[in-house]
Write a protein that binds this ligand. Structure first.
Ligand code: FES
Length: 105
């Protein structure tokens, strides 16, 4: 568990059938490659998720701890997301699909 403490963000790439069909496996690989190229592999974890039940809006990507869900992701969107995290900027609303209200229980 200690290795998880080093991460500041976790990106989940949906690999349900619809998102896979829209290229989300390739976007996940792009994210992993871009994270490594920026020297962020100790800060940003990139993994798969199962279907997020938002299939018609995919490819879907979730970012935690922000609780933000992004839809219709593409290569530029993935790079922008990682750049925003790297630069400690707020995640811009481009592609923003949903955000959990963290004030709720
Ligand atoms: S396949 Fe991605 S939300 Fe269902």
């Amino acid at each position: 568990m200690d290795t998880l403490l080093r991460y500041t963000h976790h990106l989940f790439f949906c690999t349900g059938n619809k998102c896979l069909g829209k290229g989300n496996e390739e976007l996940k690989i792009l994210a992993q490659t871009y994270v490594a190229s920026q020297g962020l592999e100790r800060d940003i974890m990139v993994t798969k998720s199962g279907c997020l039940d938002q299939c018609e809006y995919g490819p879907m990507v979730l970012v935690y701890p922000d609780g933000k869900w992004f839809s219709g992701m593409d290569e530029a969107g993935v790079r922008n997301l990682i750049d925003q995290i790297k630069d400690n900027r707020p995640l811009l609303p481009r592609h923003l699909h949903f955000q959990f209200d963290q004030k709720k229980g």
